[in-house]
Design a protein around this ligand. Structure first.
Ligand code: GLA
Length: 362
């Protein structure tokens, strides 16, 4: 059914484990957050699109405009409209108002959430059936081709497909997800260091390139097919460490899920800690504030494990905390500000796994 007034929403995400594995056909365990981006859309009778959002400049363009010519944050919206045109059909023009509760630039996927809100919103406005995985592909296309960021598909995929009350064990080779329940004795806590990324896209690109180079040396198409034994054949020490991270991280995702299934929090925590060390030492994508946040979290007895989450360098860490100790943990973390973390930080949010994107006619 075609609708005149539509509201769509899409969550941010936190990745529990499996970092920098998505573009290596690997495994990860992200979940949807209770923080989300909402898009209120009203149909227009022409081809114009107007967008507004508190704290951002209001913009307008036409539905058929080349997204790379649209200014600033309008590119995300125009890019998704471009994909809708290419894969589904023409869209009506519309006025849209965005609002979000996802901290921007914190590695919690605020841009993926905006892309997914637009994709689901366009389907609802035009009365077509959304396929969440396709919309995730569109979002990745926008990042890669409109914004020039070579990111993988994890953020968009989980924002589009997250399951209420579950994390998702994603196999990026097939894009299949298995819902995973977290034991009630443990609570996920996001730790925002309040540091933000600057110019790290080039570092992200370098890591991606290192993975491509490692595959070439090993004669394989993806690091999913490498083993801890085979990566020893890589002579270049840097490249070897990068590949070792990806291989060991895939194994940690499996071990972590097995530990959750067995409600073995100690074992789950050990995997989180090992993931952080591998990201810090082998993949070199952590940062002083993230390292400090993880260190401070691990000083607390009821914290079973902690690690940086997302692309790295700045933003958020994630901790698994005994549910009975969450309040005391948040108090403990309040003393960790100063040094590499701004004095007013870090900010902690206990979170429950929340559902993926949706849209409804109003
Ligand atoms: C960013 C990217 C994702 C993924 C993570 C690291 O969030 O957008 O595709 O590569 O970094 O796991």
């Amino acid at each position: 059914m075609i609708s005149d007034v539509v509201r769509s929403r899409a969550p941010g995400r936190v990745n529990l484990i499996g970092e920098h594995t998505d573009y290596n056909d690997g495994l990860a365990l992200p979940m949807g957050l209770p923080f989300e981006t909402t898009m209120d859309i009203e149909r227009r009778n022409d081809q114009r699109v107007t967008i507004e959002s508190a704290g951002f400049e209001s913009l307008s363009f036409d539905v058929g405009d080349d997204p790379t010519t649209v200014p600033s944050w309008g590119r995300y919206v125009a890019g998704m409209i471009d994909r809708y045109h290419t894969h589904v059909g023409p869209s009506a023009g519309f006025d849209a108002r965005f609002s979000t509760t996802i901290p921007v630039g914190a590695s919690l996927s605020s841009s993926a959430a905006m892309e997914m809100a637009v994709g689901f919103g366009l389907h609802a406005l035009n009365g077509t059936n959304p396929d969440p995985v396709s919309i995730a592909h569109w979002g990745q296309w926008v990042e890669n081709n409109v914004l020039g960021i070579r990111s993988g598909i994890m953020d968009q995929l989980i924002s589009a497909t997250a399951v209420d009350g579950h994390a998702s064990l994603v196999d990026f080779r097939t894009l299949e997800s298995i819902p995973v329940v977290l034991p009630p004795e443990a609570t996920v806590v996001i730790i925002d260091t309040l540091t933000r990324r600057e110019l790290v896209e080039s570092e992200y690109d370098r890591r991606r390139q290192a993975c491509v180079d490692a595959c070439e040396i090993l004669g394989i198409d993806s690091l999913r097919d490498a083993t801890l034994e085979s990566v020893k054949r890589i002579d270049d020490a840097n490249l070897r460490r990068r590949a070792r991270h990806v291989v060991s991280e895939n194994a940690r995702v499996r071990e972590f899920v097995a530990a959750l299934d067995a409600s073995d929090l100690a074992a789950a925590g050990a995997e989180l800690r090992a993931s952080h060390e591998s990201l810090r030492d082998d993949y070199e994508v952590s940062g002083v504030a993230l390292d400090r946040a993880v260190e401070a979290a691990l000083e607390f007895g009821g914290c079973v494990g902690a690690r940086m989450t997302g692309g790295g360098f700045a933003g958020c860490a994630v901790a698994l905390v005994r549910t009975d100790d969450v309040e005391a943990f948040v108090e403990h973390m309040a003393d960790a500000g100063g040094g590499p973390i701004p004095d007013n930080g870090p900010v902690c949010w206990p979170v429950t796994p929340s559902p993926g994107a949706s849209a409804e006619a109003l």
